[in-house]
Design a protein around this ligand. Sequence first.
Ligand SMILES: Nc1ncnc2c1ncn2[C@@H]1O[C@H](COP(=O)(O)OP(=O)(O)OP(=O)(O)O)[C@@H](O)[C@H]1O
Ligand SMILES: [Mg+2]
Length: 267
Amino acid sequence: MDSPLVRTRDLCKIYRMGDTTVHALRGVTLDIAQGEMVAVMGPSGSGKSTFMNVIGCLDLPSSGHYELAGEAVEDLSADELAAIRNRRIGFVFQQFNLLARTSALENVELPLLYSSTPAAERRERARRRLEQVGLGDRLDHHPRQLSGGQQQRVAIARALVNDPVLILADEPTGALDSRTSLEVMALLQQLNREGMTVVLVTHEHDISAFAARIVVFRDGCAVSDEARAARDATQALAEAGTPGQPPAGVARETSADPRADDARAQR
Ligand SMILES: Nc1ncnc2c1ncn2[C@@H]1O[C@H](COP(=O)(O)OP(=O)(O)OP(=O)(O)O)[C@@H](O)[C@H]1O
Ligand SMILES: [Mg+2]
């Protein structure tokens, strides 16, 4: 059998700040196979982001073992870690983290600047990824000229441009309204169905329902790990109806005539 894409054994992370010691991860042992879509949940401070930072090679564990695609990570130098991160992992954050004075196309090209990819190829790859996330007609827009959901889609295109093996999304819908959240989840599900491994952190049960596996953290430990049937985000989007229209099967509760609403309220 192939080794899992993510394999952690007794992962610990200790932060020391002056006299305080924080045990952010206390022995996390977890396998994530290629092609999985996993939601990580748990209360604030339980270690979710720390876990994402370690498996994303942004940070090294204090102790324990981590293999990404069969490669042990904990003994690598900072440069080697950065190389693995740039080559293999795509990050999506709650606040999008786009460069404000830069077009969508240039934002998506950014990760390729650290490689030796020629300029014309960079541009072409970024353009293809923006088309893939449905923003082929927004290449020259700057972030402030895009909606929140569109900005997050630019961030997802940027995460994909290096052809990563793993997408890590820390609260990707945390700054979005519920409909836009569904759109972003439909996109992540579509990428997952095409084979991408996706790990996302969320506080919302509605969002975790779109993952087929839920891992819950508490006090730096993974305290539960369950597989179940995932909800289809594209279908949820259809059931939510088009913006400004009532959802399918739901009668309009307010009428265009405010006096009619007053009359109803008095009944
Ligand atoms: N860079 C750091 N330096 C010191 N302590 C840190 C650092 N990062 C996180 N911590 C501490 O580690 C613990 C776990 O933090 P973490 O950010 O992983 O939690 P989280 O589950 O992502 O929480 P939230 O849901 O609020 O994002 C917390 O107690 C936090 O204060
Ligand atoms: Mg966090």
